[in-house]
Ligand binder design. Structure first.
Ligand code: WTA
Length: 651
């Protein structure tokens, strides 16, 4: 295992326990009997959740499992946008608030379910007008504005497959994703706001489009406010269309396409252990069932709740827990465009107060930043509306958990630490807030209907080892887009018919799962997944670089930061300017989130006699630790040189 588990043993000593408050438990959506129901008959249990959705045609069979291929709700026909919108209108809930949106500069919009339905139908017809048909791919590259959710729902309405690309990704990353998915249409915006500056999305898109031959049409949302006057967007005649023009001419009648339960709903690219991101494929019926069920049960969703998940729609958390899960539950959803520290460090708490947020879901990296910014920021606001807190994306250290509990939750809100992945589609390991006694730092138990365990290399159960999922689950990925082999190799080759999550985990005396982090070459930087080899490929793409090795380095706020060891080509002189240029180069190739925090120029990299780079040693050096065993090194002097150099630079 690649992580040092020493600190972790201390965690298992954690004996603070937080039972659900009695008043919370008394009104909770689910009680402990849900575990029994799921245990008695798993398929029946999932079918009961699915029955709460509306199906145009019922399924004939709940599950068909031909490892590693699962099909859920076979023969069932449904539509996701219908279930997120029309179903609620039919129930007389059209006037209920669907989205409460706030832009970073403070502009706001509110959509009722009826209004959101109308917008989705209009844009769905606009997409149809551009020739988009069932099964076609549409890339969505937008800021956190309502049109992001509208565009996603519009795709699902007509059976188009969306591929949302995070707005922070570079033109090159966008082009790679357009090409891999062979997208026909790209939906973007003139720009978006982030920390007071404009993210020039259309400009990036234009650069990407030069290398995206399959994209025939581009739809551009005018972000609005004074931003549009500042972005000099150029529209290419015949290719580019303003969103508002298309929608103005579109028909508001748009019956929802009847989709098969196993039709592809979306592709979402995520980093893996190779340089090429993989397109994780999710389908319709099982995905919607699991995100619907988990949103309701894990967030204890009641009618009066105002729900805010701070993720970006560019990540799976935004897909499942801003858009599909909450809207399928007819929730009132807050959506915020910008940064947590703009115009000041109180922005999130200001939003919580003004929208009277009751359920708040964020990442540990954000919590650690808030902690560092100081208690005075949340103290300025009335956070008494909050009743439930959640975390996702990385292990949460008990100190941050306790701070979240006391300072944000006022000591009264249960915390749900939810473990899951892009690949799992929905929450997999989590407390149920009205049922589970929590302990700071553990995601506790598998969600009812999920079978997880911890295995060693041989596939035997163990207290500490690899996290494994032993039975198929409804929202599991079905494959990697266009690459079944990679799907099999990455997730299903370690053991027979068991899903390998890529995370290390330990189990304590209460049978709670403690997630330790990735055991593969995937970093988790501020909750974002980045493959070490992606960064390495970006570095060697620079003309000055001969070779590079990238490792993760512990970071107080981000959890992990990126450290790059780089050997330059013969005759190239290292300099601070070159280091800065290399960082920029990675930013340009992948996106700002992948820029290495530390770049060490070195004449050699430590390698084994068989030529394998010894990353463990590099991690030790990056973190300033005593260097471990070097006996298998081809040239131990390399490490000594590197260490000396690093000490000199740090000192
Ligand atoms: C990590 C995000 C510990 C884990 C939904 C996983 C977590 C990766 C937790 C997936 C948690 C996510 N505790 N670690 N509660 N939640 N992770 O695909 O390493 O962006 O494999 O999905 O984040 O990241 P992804």
């Amino acid at each position: 295992m690649s992580r040092d588990t020493g600190a972790f043993d201390d965690l298992l000593q954690e004996d603070r326990r937080f039972p659900p408050p009695a008043d919370f438990a008394a009104t909770a959506v689910v009680d402990a009997s849900i575990y029994r129901r799921a245990g008695d008959d798993r398929e029946r249990y999932w079918a009961e959740w699915a029955e709460q959705l509306e199906w145009f045609e019922p399924w004939r069979r709940v599950l068909e499992w031909n490892p590693p291929y699962a099909k859920w709700f076979l023969g069932g026909k449904l539509n996701v946008s219908y279930n997120c919108l029309d179903r609620h209108l039919a129930a007389g809930r059209g006037e209920r608030t669907a989205l409460l949106w706030e832009g970073e500069p403070g502009d706001t919009k509110r959509y009722s379910y009826a209004e959101l339905h109308r917008e989705v139908c209009l844009f769905a017809n606009a997409l149809r007008g551009l020739g988009v048909q069932k099964g076609d791919r549409v890339t969505i590259y937008l800021p956190m504005i309502p049109e992001a959710a509208i565009a996603m729902l519009a795709c699902t309405r007509i059976g188009a497959i969306h591929s949302v690309v995070f707005g922070g990704f570079s033109p090159e990353s966008l082009a790679d994703r357009n090409n891999d998915a062979e997208s026909k249409v790209l939906v973007t915006a003139d720009g978006g706001w982030r920390r007071g500056t404009i993210v020039p999305l259309k400009e990036n898109a234009d650069e990407a489009l030069d290398a995206s031959p399959t994209v025939e049409s581009v739809v551009v949302v005018a972000r609005g406010g004074d931003l549009s006057e500042q972005t000099g967007v150029t529209m290419v005649a015949g290719r580019d269309h303003w969103y508002h023009d298309l929608v103005a001419e579109a028909d508001p009648e748009c019956p929802a396409e009847e989709m098969d339960a196993e039709d592809t709903l979306f592709i979402l690219y995520t980093s893996g252990t190779t340089g090429k991101p993989k397109g994780v494929v999710h389908t319709t019926g099982g995905y919607l069932t699991q995100v619907y069920a988990t949103t309701q049960a894990v967030f204890d969703l009641h009618d009066e709740d105002v729900y805010w998940c701070t993720a970006d729609v560019g990540w799976i958390t935004g897909h499942s827990y801003i858009v599909y899960g909450p809207l399928a539950n007819c929730a009132q959803v807050v959506m915020y465009e910008g940064a947590p520290d703009h115009p000041d460090r109180g922005r999130f708490w200001d939003l919580c107060e003004r929208y009277a947020v009751t359920i708040f879901y964020t990442a540990p990296t954000a919590i650690r930043a808030f902690m560092r910014w100081g208690d005075e920021w949340p103290a300025k606001y009335d956070l008494s509306s909050l009743r439930l807190l959640g975390t996702v994306g990385e292990p949460i250290n008990p100190e941050a958990w306790m701070w979240y509990h006391h300072v944000i939750g006022g000591g009264r809100c249960p915390i749900v630490d939810t473990w899951w992945q892009t690949e799992t589609g929905g929450i997999m390991i989590t407390p149920l807030p009205g049922v589970t006694e929590t302990k700071p730092g553990t995601a506790t138990r598998p969600f009812p209907g999920i079978e997880a365990t911890i295995l060693d290399d041989e596939g035997d159960e163990t207290q500490a080892g690899y996290l494994a999922i032993t039975e198929p689950w409804p929202s599991m990925l079905r494959t990697v887009w266009g690459d079944d082999e990679r799907f099999k190799n990455t997730y299903w080759s370690k053991w027979e018919n068991i899903y390998f999550a890529g995370d290390g985990a330990k189990r304590d005396g209460d049978d709670y799962f403690w997630i330790l982090g990735r055991v593969d070459d995937v970093l988790n930087v501020a909750g974002h997944r980045i493959g070490t080899s992606e960064v390495e490929s970006a570095l060697v793409d620079h003309p000055a670089v001969a070779e590079s090795a990238v490792v993760g380095k512990g970071h107080e706020i981000k959890g992990e930061s990126i450290a790059a060891f780089v050997t330059l080509k013969e005759g190239v002189d290292g300099s601070d300017a070159l280091v800065a240029e290399l960082r920029e180069h990675v930013g340009k190739k992948i996106g700002a989130i992948a820029k290495p925090e530390m770049v060490v120029l070195t004449a050699d990299l430590p390698k084994t006699r068989s030529g394998k780079i010894m990353r463990r040693l590099l991690r030790d050096i990056a973190e300033g630790r005593a260097v471990g065993d070097t006996t298998t090194l081809a040239d131990p002097a390399v490490v000594r040189r590197l260490q000396k150099q690093h000490e000199a630079e740090e000192g």
